[in-house]
Design a protein around this ligand. Structure first.
Ligand code: NAI
Ligand code: MG
Length: 327
């Protein structure tokens, strides 16, 4: 790298987004992350204030940064409002959504195609009938399968999740994923998405790396979040060829926003995934280890059955980082 410091576009967003972002930034500081923050006011709040959720200038500035750290943004069900996250994923071509889940019973990664499928934005809205076009391309399927196989080749195996018996567009997805897995000699199998949901609940240990289309990945990853105990624990990376955005998988949680009780762990882990991607792997591991010790020590927000606040959990993670450094 040149002498320029690594610039991270910081998008706190709406609802609990700013609350968990504050935690993530505090933990990054505690671990001595070598990053320069570039803050952006983007989201529903901005839309209500200015009529624009994400301006073209902001988008250009975000593209100039090395990567994005994202909190959460409210998306109202309003046909005039375009989801900021979907726009960022498309504009930055962040085609691979990597969502790791682990607990005592499971250790798996959902690799979700992030730019096409039912979220391609091709919709016809009428009073009596509405249509959403599901786009599956060979190129899109191939590149997500390659990312998933890269992960699976270092682990156990790949499971391709689809619905090709009913959605004929998934025949291309399944066929392409199989071809890629075979060409890279990655052990693989496949499941229909409904069966996959059932097996995830009944036998989660059966899964290692799952590759799937956009909507199925969205739904199955919240199911996995339930299996590990809370949406608030889970982090994700949205990766393109050279760009990346890191975010907790939860949304803006308006039901608990402003109460200071949001679980910051998903956002903190997203910051750790970012450091790993930026080549600061040791600091990423220090954060992960500190989070693990903080949770084991019983400092938990209400979603995990505890009574700690967002701030208390953050302080405990920072304390764990500091005490590990002294050893
Ligand atoms: P949500 O993920 O915001 O919340 C679902 C449930 O999980 C709520 O009961 C919430 O209180 C709880 N929860 C979520 N994160 C938590 C945390 N960190 N700590 C403790 N509890 C937590 O999903 P919901 O309610 O369906 O969506 C709310 C808004 O967020 C909507 O406008 C939606 O469009 C948006 N959204 C944004 C996402 C993003 O920015 N990446 C992702 C998902 C939803
Ligand atoms: Mg979701």
């Amino acid at each position: 790298m040149s002498g320029k410091r690594t610039e991270v576009a910081v998008i706190p967003g709406d609802g609990i987004g700013p609350e968990v972002m504050e935690s993530a930034l505090g933990v990054l500081e505690a671990v001595g992350a070598d990053v320069e923050q570039v803050p952006f006011e983007v989201g529903f709040g901005r839309w209500k204030r200015t009529g624009e959720a994400l301006s073209a200038e902001d988008l250009e500035s975000i593209k100039q940064c090395d990567c994005v750290l994202f909190g959460a943004i409210t998306t109202p069900p309003d046909p005039k409002y375009r989801s900021v996250l979907l726009r960022l994923r498309k504009e930055l071509d962040l085609f691979a959504n990597i969502r790791p889940f682990s607990s005592s019973r499971l250790d798996l990664i959902v690799v979700r195609e992030n730019t096409e499928g039912l979220y391609s934005g091709i919709e016809v809205l009428g009073e009596e009938e509405c249509r959403t076009v599901r786009v599956i391309t060979r190129r899109g399927s191939r590149r997500i399968a390659e990312r998933a196989c890269l992960l699976a080749s270092r682990r156990r195996r790949l499971t391709i999740v689809h619905k090709s018996n009913v959605l004929k567009s998934d025949i291309l997805f399944l066929k392409t994923c199989r071809e890629v897995a075979e060409s890279l000699s990655v052990p693989h199998d496949d499941l229909l998405v409904d069966a996959a949901a059932y097996h995830l609940v009944m036998r989660p240990e059966r899964f290692d790396v799952i590759v799937t289309t956009n909507l199925f990945g969205d739904i199955l990853s919240d199911l996995c979040a339930g299996l590990v105990g809370s949406l608030g624990l889970c982090a994700s990376a949205n990766l393109g060829e050279s760009r990346a955005l890191f975010e907790p998988i939860h949304g803006s949680a308006p039901d608990i926003a402003g109460q200071g009780i949001a679980n910051p762990v998903g956002a903190v882990r997203s910051a750790a995934m970012m450091l790993d991607w930026l080549g600061q792997a040791e600091k990423a591991r220090a954060i992960e280890a500190a989070v693990g010790r903080a949770l084991e020590g019983g400092v938990k927000t209400p979603d995990l059955g505890g009574s700690s606040s967002t701030r208390q959990v953050t302080e405990e993670i920072v304390r764990q980082i500091d005490s590990a450094r002294k050893i």
